[in-house]
Ligand binder design. Sequence first.
Ligand code: SAH
Ligand code: SF4
Ligand code: F3S
Length: 468
Amino acid sequence: MTDTAAAPARKRLFIRTWGCQMNVYDSARMADVLAPLGYAPAETPEGADMVILNTCHIREKASEKLFSELGRLRAVKRRREQAGGRMVLAVAGCVAQAEGAEITARAPWVDIVLGPQTYHRLPEMVARAARAAGAVIETDFPVEAKFDHLPEAAGGQGITAFLTVQEGCDKFCSFCVVPYTRGAEFSRPAAAVLAEARRLVAQGAREITLLGQNVNAYHGEAPDGATWGLGRLLRALAEIPGLSRLRYTTSHPRDMDEELIGAHRDLPMLMPFLHLPVQSGSDRVLAAMNRGHTAAGYRRLAERLRAARPDLALSSDFIVGHPGETAADFEATLALVREVGFAQAFSFKYSPRPGTPAAGAPHQVPEVEKEARLATLQALLREQQEGFNRSRVGMTMPVLFTGTGRHEGQIVGRSPWLQPVHLRGPASLIGRIAPVRIAAAHPNSLSGLLAAGEAVRHDQREEEPAPA
Ligand code: SAH
Ligand code: SF4
Ligand code: F3S
């Protein structure tokens, strides 16, 4: 800001985020577009001038959280008004997109309802909300505009950063709301992605995770007018000086092409951990889900990926109790888990979502049965996760340090497999990659000691051969 411009009055912005990493990224972008208006982050909604709830619609429980939170915020808002102030309350994200005006009907104290594709218009909505008697509702779909209008000089995200490269989904899995809340698949041009990545690195990022609802369906316009897939984009990102690690999420088995598998073989900085949801191990259920792949196809894919990158570990999502799932189908899921082996996984009971084909399908699975299957599956997945963590004990691995731990003198980082790693070490390592010898495994993390006490040089990429 130049010294001739009047500094905007300082206002406090509280954002609460549910759902996927895309929502985390979007919340940061909303903060970016509001910063020029004088909004700075606040830790609590109490006393905030603006509160944004960035919502998720994926399962019933996720959506219901919005309404309980809105109940609490009504009182906060009233207290603020009684104190002579004003709190603008906005509902963003996938519930906003799916339910729109119903939100203000149920909670008339909401000022703004905005879908995921309209964040760049937030400043204008805030101005309109200040004048309007009723709520401002914006749930249009043109996804391109959102990325075109985001401010360039936004605040950095720190050592590990998210970068959305693809948004939306055309796959229409039977159970899923995402195609309805996020709209059709859209890929950002490669030049915009590369520019944002360079900016993130200049602001201190060492690791970037590319985001998309179907990130490996990426097909962005290349600088030369051709179309790049995700594998090609990763190769270009790997050239950025100062960037040490790349990841991407979430992938669909159907879009895992040869070029992308090749990127896992050729790019050491593409981390050996891949979230590749399979949902079920039964071909009957996979067909009913409209997933477009079979259990055998997924097994083959896992093999090809591991052949390309032998230390690759897989993570997955599972749904139990999709309509029509029998005990035998569920057994097939357990068999696939045992065979493929997962380092980590998320598993859910099928939750019927309004407007999706599976919600109205016959043969809904009783709740008790879903619960029993989920418990069985989760026990197996937990066992595999703990086994995977134990298998790291004794290894020396590069850890990217991201912050201090809860205990005095403790620092925390990330393993190549995304496990949190705790150890005693100097805070000067934060932002750097250093070799750590793993001494113990815990259910969700590892701990260890700095190996030989030496830090990898700041500008050196891990796993790169030392110059001869
Ligand atoms: N794009 C990703 C998934 C995004 S949603 C993919 O194709 O795999 C994240 C996860 O939520 C899904 O993988 C699925 O396991 C789960 N999920 C989605 N809809 C659900 C529903 N109706 N009930 C239960 N779980 C669901
Ligand atoms: Fe949902 Fe399927 Fe699209 Fe994933 S691929 S976002 S599960 S519709
Ligand atoms: Fe939820 Fe929307 Fe993400 S429904 S999982 S926030 S795309």
